[in-house]
Write a protein that binds this ligand. Structure first.
Ligand SMILES: Cc1cc2nc3c(=O)[nH]c(=O)nc-3n(C[C@H](O)[C@H](O)[C@H](O)COP(=O)(O)OP(=O)(O)OC[C@H]3O[C@@H](n4cnc5c(N)ncnc54)[C@H](O)[C@@H]3O)c2cc1C
Length: 419
């Protein structure tokens, strides 16, 4: 076939397939995935799915959404790409493409010391979640290695199931790579309220085994016994296919601002793509979020359908549900040099500023404030500090009055009258 071949039917690939048709693309569209499932929502896997033994995967869209627009879904693992012949190898057979889109996502990192242990799990896809859910039936003491989003969401979910949960984080605080200390502190105290034991600054010195099971994590202060170990130490982009095909890769598959890779007619979107980002002053950034995956897919669909559009540019945003906390992050704090913190009962907002630019806002349990933050980051002016600290009502009022404040344009030609 020619047309568009998409490798990976996750959030990015699935969105691209249907958006191509919605944008008027008339050529053939093939969506290939290694997993034999309808593309499904991944976020529930670490939040609600584990808690309910009867929970089913939530499809991103019904099978008919692909079938009725002529998207051909194929199950199988693509094993090679030939960018000269414009073909991929699927089940040993070559398959021609006009354009190829790599939406291969990311893979969990694993600790080498744990290879072969039968009670060690990680969580990336539906099969992982189903295995973990079965194993939890007979496990009471669960140790989570890694205090990132997936580790903490799962810890909160397991605590709610009555499990005895310990989280071990090597950094001095949880979420250290992605959030401000104020957010980490609030998450830490909430997890403690849920009964989760959290040890930050914990360096695992080894793992004690009995047969093929890990029975304890060894640390300087003593062993942490466990029935089940969940490793949540982050993920790396699934780049091996691209690398083997000679496509330029860094932490992900490198793209230009239009999502094109170093090979002609080959594109990358979603978790696997490392793309120049306006909030990083054009430096290439790899983001793992549903918003990034679906927005990149929609953008590329427009481009492949023939629309004359500019480079990919959105305000990145992300959410995480950790027990009763809804954490939302808009923007990127990469170049921030100061922050403002607003605490309001159960709500928290952390504003990251780079000079006079608002570049990132973290909120806890404050969805309206998150929505305003996305618009402010995208806009041309930001409110003075005092108004930001007054809360969302004050920001809305400021915007309603024309948004005259700290006047450093974040991008020329954008209006501040956004709400
Ligand atoms: C447990 C969990 C919870 C999450 N929670 C949140 C959240 O709360 N909020 C949020 O914004 N984000 C969350 N994320 C991240 C979000 O799910 C990802 O950013 C998103 O799935 C990225 O979409 P993608 O299409 O790029 O990759 P994926 O959804 O990972 O899809 C990649 C697909 O490519 C396929 N594939 C790879 N190689 C091949 C090959 N050679 N041949 C065929 N198929 C192949 C894989 O089978 C996979 O289905 C979560 C992720 C996980 C794992």
């Amino acid at each position: 076939m020619s047309g568009v071949v998409i490798i990976g039917a996750g959030h990015a690939g699935s969105q691209l397939a249907v958006s191509l048709r919605a944008e008027g693309y008339a050529g053939a569209v093939m969506l290939i995935d290694a997993a034999n499932t309808l593309p499904y929502h991944k976020p529930p896997l670490s939040k609600t799915f584990l808690k309910d033994p009867a929970a089913l995967p939530q499809p991103l869209r019904a099978a008919s959404a692909y079938d009725t627009v002529g998207v051909v879904r194929r199950t199988g693992t693509v094993s090679a790409i030939d960018t000269t012949a414009q073909s991929v190898t699927l089940d040993g057979e070559p398959l021609l493409y006009g354009d190829l889109v790599l939406a291969t996502g990311a893979q969990n990192r694993m600790l080498p010391d744990l290879t072969g242990a039968s009670n060690v799990y990680s969580l990336r896809d539906l099969a992982d979640a189903e295995r973990l859910r079965v194993a939890l039936d007979s496990a009471q003491r669960v140790t989570v290695i890694g205090g990132g989003f997936i580790g903490l969401e799962t810890a909160a979910a397991l605590a709610a199931m009555g499990k005895s949960v310990t989280v071990l984080e090597s950094a001095p605080r949880v979420l250290a790579r992605v959030s401000a200390p104020e957010t980490s502190n609030r998450v830490t105290s909430t997890l403690a309220d849920l009964g989760v034991t959290l040890q930050a600054g914990f360096q695992a010195q080894g793992f004690r085994r009995a047969g093929d099971q890990v029975i304890a994590v060894e640390g300087a202060g003593g062993d942490i016994p466990c029935d089940l170990l969940l490793v949540g130490i982050g993920a790396s982009a699934t780049v091996h296919l691209a690398q083997a095909a000679g496509i330029a890769c860094g932490a992900g598959i490198l793209t230009n601002p239009h999502l094109q890779t170093s090979a002609a007619h080959v594109w990358a979107i979603g978790d696997v793509a490392e793309t120049p980002n306006w909030l990083a002053d054009g430096a290439a950034v790899r983001l793992e979020s549903v918003q990034n995956a679906t927005d990149q897919a929609r953008h590329l669909a427009r481009h492949l359908a023939g629309a004359k559009i500019g480079p990919f540019r959105t305000v990145p945003w992300f959410w995480s549900d950790i027990g009763p906390l809804k954490l939302q992050i808009a923007g990127l704090p990469l170049h921030a040099d100061r922050r403002l913190v607003r605490e309001d009962g159960a709500r928290l907002a952390v504003f990251h500023l780079a000079g006079d630019r608002l570049v990132c806002v973290e909120t806890l349990n404050s969805p309206a404030e998150h929505m305003i933050a996305r618009q402010l980051i995208d806009g041309s002016h930001r409110p003075p500090d005092a108004i930001l600290l007054d809360g969302p009502a004050a920001v809305k009022a400021w915007l309603a009055q024309g948004g005259k404040g700290v006047g450093v344009p974040q991008e020329q030609g954008k209006s501040a009258a956004l709400i």
